[in-house]
Design a protein around this ligand. Structure first.
Ligand code: ZN
Length: 483
């Protein structure tokens, strides 16, 4: 009986064990076949784009388990979200959703781009009562540009003026472009009027100065636009000729109004040259006055001879001799004030300045200006070659201004060739003997040259020459200009 009970118990245990093993095996097989895992469901797109500055709300996600055998569970799993999106900063963001299930981590990602697709805003200003004018056309009334990302973009606005409108364009850092037009009102004002001051056609004699009287401009509303006047053209007052001065004003739209003044410079009238019919000697003395001038004047007086002095300002102690010579009936002409070739032939202005300084000294001594002169070095000089053409310009200008220059046809030799009085006297006599009319070059700063004069006067008187002072109508004995 005990044996039977024992056998029965053993069999029961075995059966239970077998059942247990079967159950476990079955459960394991079920789990393996089911292969439970996690499935995510994203609301919205996996890749999202968000406009800068707008509120971003994560559309969210839910997760459930799912398996081959039993399918999806109804129960939603607890999802954690990692990462955040800042819609105030451009860029790409990642949101990561994670779930822990059966000791394992499952995750899924969503990419979010914060972008700027909004162009800047351009605002145009309108000034109350503003009207464009002929002169200025349309003057900008003002504008500004603002962009949500870049802020103030006014400085980046490109402004293009077209015929009928102004176009404003600006692009932000994301490449969004805004463009706006401002239509322009028709500008159909009357053009301004240019009024010449002084005569429209002027005739003047050649002189040192020409002062242009100018012009004024007023628009149809009476506003003075003279500041915009452009003056072109030049009058060279010491050259006879026809000149035009043009005054013009140009509007912003490119329309030009102009007026012209004609200035005619005519030569100062000068007498025709009269060549003496009788045998004539014009003694001329350059570079004085000097300590020897007084003695020279005494000699000339004794013979009743007249001569010409081309004076300088080199020695103020003898300026009085200029007045004395003038009162004695001699001619006074300008030679030069400084006798500095490099200075006086540097420009017309330089020559005139030197020349008229000498004129002032002559006027102080004689009471009047002279119109007679001799170029330092003569009109044919080449010492002025450093300034090409200066002698051509000066001979023309001085003649146009009514001055008469004299060269010479008899050279005494006293400028470095000889210092012998007898030789100088011989040179002069021989030279004069060759011409019916002679202009003799001497220098009264050379005592040995002054000393030769008496002998020349004696010879001239004996040979029927008269000694005369140069006048405006005397022959110039011009050498011919070489520069
Ligand atoms: Zn000289």
């Amino acid at each position: 009986m005990a044996r039977t009970r024992s056998r029965k118990r053993t069999r029961g245990l075995v059966v239970a064990l077998v059942i247990l093993i079967w159950l476990l095996t079955t459960a394991a097989i079920i789990l393996l076949v089911d292969a439970r895992t996690v499935r995510f469901y994203l609301y919205g797109d996996e890749d999202m784009t968000v406009e800068y500055g707008t509120d971003f709300r994560d559309p969210g996600v839910y997760a459930v388990t799912t398996g081959n055998l039993f399918g999806e569970s109804e129960r939603r799993l607890d999802v954690q979200t990692l990462g955040a999106v800042d819609s105030r900063r451009l860029g790409s963001y990642v949101l990561r959703y994670t779930v822990r299930f059966a000791f394992e981590d499952y995750s899924v990602e969503r990419r979010v781009s914060v972008v700027d697709t909004t162009p800047p805003v351009i605002e145009l200003r309108h000034v109350e009562g503003y009207e464009p004018s002929w002169m200025t056309g349309y003057a900008e009334e003002g504008y500004s540009a603002y962009d949500a990302v870049d802020g103030d973009l006014t400085g980046k606005v490109r402004r293009v003026k077209l015929d009928d409108r102004v176009q404003y364009t600006v692009t932000d850092s994301s490449g969004n472009t805004a463009s706006i037009d401002r239509p322009l009102p028709n500008i159909n004002y009357q053009p301004p009027r240019i009024t010449l001051l002084g005569e429209q056609n002027t005739v003047m004699q050649a002189s040192l100065w020409y002062q242009d009287p100018g012009a004024v401009v007023t628009d149809s509303l009476g506003r003075d636009l003279s500041a915009y006047l452009v003056t072109e053209g030049e009058v060279v007052p010491w050259f006879a000729g026809d000149y035009a001065i043009t005054y013009s004003i140009t509007s912003e739209l490119g329309e030009t109004i102009s007026a012209v003044r004609n200035v005619t410079v005519v030569p100062v009238p000068a007498p025709e040259t009269v060549t003496p019919t009788e045998k004539t000697i014009y003694l001329t003395f350059d570079d004085g006055p000097s300590p020897y001038t007084a003695r020279l004047l005494d000699v000339l007086d004794r013979y009743g001879a007249k001569a010409t002095f081309f004076v300088t300002s080199q020695d103020p102690r003898y300026y009085d001799e200029i007045g004395r010579a003038y009162r004695a009936g001699h001619a006074i002409g300008v030679h030069t004030s400084t006798h500095d070739y490099n200075k006086i032939y540097a420009s017309e202005y330089a020559f005139f300045e030197d020349f008229f300084n000498m004129e002032e000294i002559i006027k102080q001594q004689t009471g009047e200006y002279t119109r007679l002169f001799r170029f330092p070095g003569g009109s044919s000089n080449t010492v002025s070659n450093f300034n090409p053409g200066i002698m051509s310009r000066l001979t023309r200008a001085m003649t146009d201004m009514g001055y008469r220059y004299f060269d010479w046809n008899v050279y005494s030799g006293d400028a470095g060739d000889t210092s012998k009085t007898t030789q100088i006297a011989t040179n002069i006599k021989e030279g004069c003997a060759e011409h019916r009319v002679s202009i003799v070059l001497q220098h009264d700063i050379k005592d040995y040259s002054v000393a030769a004069v008496e002998s020349v006067l004696e010879w001239g008187r004996a040979n029927g020459y008269s000694f005369k002072a140069l006048q405006l109508d005397s022959p110039g004995m011009h050498h011919g200009v070489n520069n």
